[in-house]
Structures are given as C-alpha cells and as structure tokens.
Design a protein around this ligand. Sequence first.
Ligand code: PMP
Length: 357
Amino acid sequence: QAPSYIRAISPYQPGKPITELAREMGLPVERIVKLASNENPLGMSPRARAAVAQAIGGIERYPDQFELIAALAERLGLGYDQIVLGNGSNDVLDLTARAFLAPGRSAVFSRHAFAVYPLATQTVGAECIEVPARQFGHDLDAMAAAIRPDTRVVWIANPNNPTGTFLPYPELRAFLGRVPGDVVVVLDEAYNEYLPPTQRVDAVAWLKEFPNLVVTRTFSKIYGLAGLRVGFAAASPEVADLLNRVRQPFNVNNLALAAAHAALDDHLFLAESYELNRVGLEQIVAGLKRLGLEHIPSHGNFVTFRAGDAAGINKRLLQQGIIVRPIAGYGMPEHLRVTIGLERENARFLEALEKVL
Ligand code: PMP
C-alpha cells in the first residue's frame, strides 16, 4: 500500500478537454469554446511550428538540451549552469520539492495559490503550511511568519493562478531579505510575460544576492506551447546542481526543445499575443461589469469572477459549449476562472453567461 501521505493527495483536476464535452453534448468540436486552461488562443508561434517540423527529422536521437539552455542563459544574463529545464514548469516545481523537501520538512504557500504546490509538497511526504490569503492574494508578512525551523521551501506565484493577483516587486525583494538562507523561495512566474513591460522587474537579477531564490517560467502560456511541455528554472549554480541531480536525463523532448528555442525569438508573435490578451481582458472585464459580476483584478491571461452558484453556472455554460474553470478545489466555491480567448470566443462566453445567469 502507498504511504498515507500519498493516499491523502487530491489529484490535479485539469480543464475539461474539448473532445470530451463535444462527445457529451453531441456537438461538433468547432462549436466548443474552451477558456479553461490559460492557453494561448492564437495557437503556437509560427517560428516554433517550423522548428517542430524540422526537428522531426532528428527524432531517432535522444534530446540535447544544450542550445535551449544556452539561449536562455544568454537571454537572462546567467551562466549555463543556472538553467534547469523541465517537462513544463510543473516539472521544475516537482524537482524543487524532490531536492529540498522530505518527510519531517515543510513548505509554505498561500491559500488560493497554484494547485501544484501542495501536490509537489505532499508527493515527497513533506508537510503543507497553507497561509491565509489577503484579498485573494499572497500575504507575505503572514507567509514569513509561518516559516518554521523545518521549512525548506516557500512557493510564491506572481501573478498567481487562479486569482490573477500580483505582488509588487519591492515587497517580494523585502520578503527574500527576511527568509532564512536555508529556505528555497520559488518565485513562479508562469504569467510574467503578460505584465505590462513598465510593471515588470527582472527578479532573475536577484539571484546573485539571494542564492536561495528559484525563478520558474514556462513556454505554456504566452509562447503557446502548453502541449509540448517545456518550462525552466533559473537558479544559483548550487541550487541548479541539486535540481539537476533529481532530474531525469531526457526530461524535455526534441520537439519541445526546438519549438521553445524558436519561440523565444518570435517577437512578433509574442507582441501579438500580449496585445490580444490586453484587449481581451478589457473586453471580458467590461462584460462582467455589465452583468453586475464582481471580479478579482487580474495580471494574467485569465480573470476570476464571483459567480455565486459557480457549480450550477458552470454546468449551464457547459451545456452552451463553453468550458471555463471551476475553482472550488482552490477554496473558491463561488468563483469561476475564465481564460482570455479570441475576441469572438470572449463574446460567446459573455453571451452564454448572460443567458445562464
Ligand atoms: N505555475 C502556475 C502559476 C501555473 O498557472 C501553471 C499552469 N497552469 C504552471 C505553473 C505550470 O505550467 P506548465 O507546467 O505548463 O509550465
């Protein structure tokens, strides 16, 4: 039998797949609008698509991470020994848990934070210390106060999923100054690229001062490569070395490596994706206001709103062919999270929502 801490895990609930709903409702897949998993509605970067086609040519070979790591290191002003690739950024979160947590140790994270933090913590038998949130966002003072002598990891998502809340960088930096040096602070920046450039601060530059910092990013969101599974951690050489010890040798496949490398420089696609999200977020927020629904101001590619009977509304949206994300599992049973889609998808969501309310 599995250890009790494994049996205690509640499995991750992904957004409902389009084909599954189409089957259930007897609808053609084209009629389904999926705004449930914070994916890029523009699809993948055209440069990445071309790179994937080319990489198929070498598929009989084991993957070589060199080029993507070198490109990321150069982009971020880090050494080659400071980048750790993951099969999605979830993988590097998991590597961090495996390297630094164990039974008898604990990890601190906020209520309403990303679901993988408790999962990664519990998987290795460590204890979860969930700290109450402040207006749905992380309360850094409370999180600092919650750190115990056995705490080895603090998980922070900025912007956070599913709330879309954002912590100002000066607060984060001050937090790092207060955390004991033997506690790894994971700053999960999956949605970093959706922040307005004026609001973005390069937290990776703090690694020199805080070798216990791990910054994680992903190619799943603005780069449009969620299905290929590639993300990375930027860390001090000491921490990166430990993450690499527990990493499977070939954890990112050839196609993902090629696509991520190509997408990194697809500035046109990135700018287009950013702009589409900015305008779409305004469109959805305006629509929610029109319907008299309260939302949490979002800094990501999604927005979370108070729906009241979220389960009932979700069910009726599904009947209309619209998939959004119920977040009762995040301690938010009255809210729904909707990903920003194409203009017509956002419009269909708002129309359907008006109908079912
Ligand atoms: N962190 C946060 C905050 C996320 O919302 C997500 C995606 N849902 C991830 C990490 C993981 O994304 P991926 O594994 O696709 O890189």
